[in-house]
Design a protein around this ligand. Structure first.
Ligand code: NAP
Length: 283
């Protein structure tokens, strides 16, 4: 059985990934207190000792607002830690897969579904740090795989961490009878975590590089909310208000194209679109 080291196993993605993979793989899931990934020495000795066949690195500071206010901490966890893990992976010839983010696209003015070779100029610390980490990881460990994940969602699950997300925000609006404002000038994929977790095993066979990893979505966030209301048989006006003022400088487009990962995995990595995912989630 393949032995996989998962960092960030207590997090939103990590806890669901562990639940989905634990019967198929031997998983090593150190907690933050058992392995602080910001320590190069600790990472090196943990990996030498446990000798995994692959590393799935999910530990990070994932809150963009927090990273904006704590840029040094963000750099340490979101860049230096990736370097630490890439060095150990390269030293022991271990396949490394880790999560970057679609936030690397947040300064793009190009419209439509974005491919991995789109020129980038991220506008916040989190996006910049993820981009630097992608570059460093590939320099150190050319076979490493960085996955640019989109905004993900799931319901609350017992014993698992859950962040504020699209479906929970929506549910809150529905229950409170207060419509939420959704941006008309923002385009992004929004992905059900089930679809992410189910595609993860195929990522270990990808050639080294950077890959988009999540749902494609041609709609803006307001249109997505309207369609999600319709899927549930709700009156869209009761839950969603168009916010035309947010992102005044330029349209914020984080929508990803999944072509590269689909082709590189010979069709094995395959995501539902955002609307297909929301329909599947509801049903
Ligand atoms: N959630 C999303 O919608 C989203 C979207 C795009 C990309 N991503 C990326 O996907 C990955 C997983 O995100 P997530 O939402 O699962 O994050 P999360 O829920 O915030 O979990 C982060 C995990 O990292 C651990 N961690 C933080 N600092 C650490 C350190 N110094 N040493 C060891 N462990 C540490 C945390 O442990 P403690 O809690 O014990 O500190 C926790 O297990 C991240 O790379 C994130 O940037 C997430």
């Amino acid at each position: 059985m393949k032995k996989i080291l998962i960092t960030g196993a207590s997090g939103f993605v990590g806890s669901r990934t562990v639940a989905a993979l634990q019967d198929t793989y031997e998983l090593i899931t150190p907690s933050h207190s058992e392995l602080d990934i910001t320590s190069e020495e600790a990472v090196k000795s943990f990996i030498s000792r446990t000798q995994p066949d692959a590393i799935l690195h999910l530990a990070a500071l994932s809150n963009t607002g927090y990273c904006e206010e704590h840029p040094q901490e963000s750099y340490l966890v979101n860049v230096i830690s990736v370097e630490n893990i890439a060095k150990a992976a390269a030293m022991h010839d271990i396949k490394l897969v880790w999560f970057s983010s679609d936030q690397v696209y947040n300064g793009c003015t190009e419209l439509g579904l974005l491919s991995e070779d789109t020129p980038l100029k991220p506008e916040n610390h989190y996006g910049r740090h993820k981009l630097v980490a992608e570059q460093r990881a590939l320099e150190i460990c050319p076979e490493s795989v960085a996955l640019r994940a989109t905004w993900m969602y799931d319901s609350e699950q017992p014993g698992m961490k859950t962040h504020k997300n699209f479906v929970l925000n929506f549910q809150e609006a529905k229950e409170n009878g207060t419509p939420l404002r959704f941006a008309t000038r923002e385009f992004r994929g929004i992905t059900w975590i089930e679809d992410v977790v189910h595609n993860i095993p195929h990522t270990f066979d990808l050639p080294g590089g950077v890959y988009n990893f999540g749902a494609e979505n041609h709609l803006n966030t307001y249109e997505t909310a309207v369609e999600y209301a319709r899927i549930q048989g709700l009156d869209p006006d009761a839950v969603a208000i168009p916010d035309t003022e947010r992102f005044p400088e330029h349209i914020r487009n984080l929508s990803i194209s999944m072509q590269k990962a689909y082709e590189a995995s010979e069709g094995r990595i395959r995501f539902m679109t955002t609307l297909e995912g929301l329909s599947a989630y509801i049903s």
